[in-house]
Design a protein around this ligand. Structure first.
Ligand SMILES: Nc1ncnc2c1ncn2[C@@H]1O[C@H](COP(=O)(O)OP(=O)(O)O)[C@@H](O)[C@H]1O
Ligand SMILES: [Mg+2]
Length: 271
């Protein structure tokens, strides 16, 4: 892939400092309840900067709720969430939804979906055009973005969602189970695209995944959550070199890391 333009100054390989020392997102004293039932109670978290964090945990433990609170899509009851010490309002983020069918604006052409966050920021038409062109080149898009979302395959729609999320140069990119509605071939394709984006931009990525192999493959940091009321079960780090490929999946370090995560997960679900 051509690099996503304008990010050449960003370090491609994660620096060799423990991730916990370079927190990008800090969550302190977070509380969240639904109908009086707490999901998060005095919850604290540090998410590393310029790394891929994959969030893994039992079904219904609150993975989506957590990233949605951090991304400001749903309110939290109490607590502080900061990005490099800044508030969400002072931070540019991107979000890729689980269900691409409901994520794109169906009445807008793909290109206008991608331009949408740029127009919201008040960017001029010419600058919007330039940014969209950059994205088209860096993603090597061969299909016609003047068509409407329903005219694209699922994978293409998810790619358009990712382009829209990246358009405003986010500091943090959130993805909630981005592969769960895709077939296997598209999953592999989008997974590699995400890895390329990460290598090209160094953007902090927070990916919710229910597939442990996929989570470890993509992650520098695997955040393992417990059953409700939700706590951090453990943090596991995986700093295999990128680009990762099929050989990564059979490497000793990968197999060991995945086994360790599975062990932590199984201990949790058996409780
Ligand atoms: N809007 C809501 N109203 C009531 N309960 C909710 C709502 N959203 C999520 N929950 C509950 O909170 C828990 C965590 O949900 P969620 O974050 O979607 O889990 P996960 O993404 O880990 O599968 C679940 O028990 C779910 O039923
Ligand atoms: Mg979820």
């Amino acid at each position: 892939m051509n690099s996503v333009v304008d990010f050449s100054h960003v370090q491609h390989e994660p620096p060799a400092v423990p991730a916990a020392e370079r927190a990008h997102i800090t969550v302190r004293g977070l509380h969240k309840a639904f109908g009086g039932v707490p999901v998060y109670s005095d919850f604290n978290l540090d998410l590393p900067k310029g790394r891929v964090t994959c969030v893994f945990g039992p079904n219904g433990c609150g993975k989506s709720t957590l990233i949605n609170m951090i991304a400001g899509l749903i309110p939290h009851d109490a607590g502080d969430i900061l990005f490099d010490g800044k508030t969400l309002q002072q931070t540019t983020i991107g979000y890729v939804f689980q269900n691409y069918r409901e994520a794109l604006f169906p009445w807008m052409r793909a290109i206008d979906n991608i331009r949408y966050p740029l127009k919201l920021k008040g960017m001029s038409e010419a600058d919007c055009d330039a940014r969209v062109q950059e994205l088209i080149e860096s993603f090597d898009v061969r299909f016609d973005l003047n068509r409407y979302p329903y005219e694209f395959s699922g994978g293409q729609q998810q790619l358009i969602s990712i382009m829209r999320a990246l358009a405003p140069h986010p500091e943090v990119l959130f993805l909630d189970e981005p592969f769960s509605a895709l077939d296997y071939e598209m999953t592999l394709f989008i997974r590699e695209k995400l890895q390329e984006i990460f290598q090209a931009t160094g953007v902090t990525m927070i990916v919710v995944s229910h597939d442990l192999e996929e989570a470890v493959y993509l992650a520098n940091h695997i955040l393992l959550l417990t059953k409700r009321p939700t706590r951090v079960a453990d943090n596991v780090f995986f700093d295999a070199a990128r680009p990762r490929d099929l050989r990564t999946l059979s490497s000793d370090a990968f197999v060991r890391t995945k086994a360790r995560c599975l062990d932590i997960f199984q201990n949790e679900v058996r409780k």
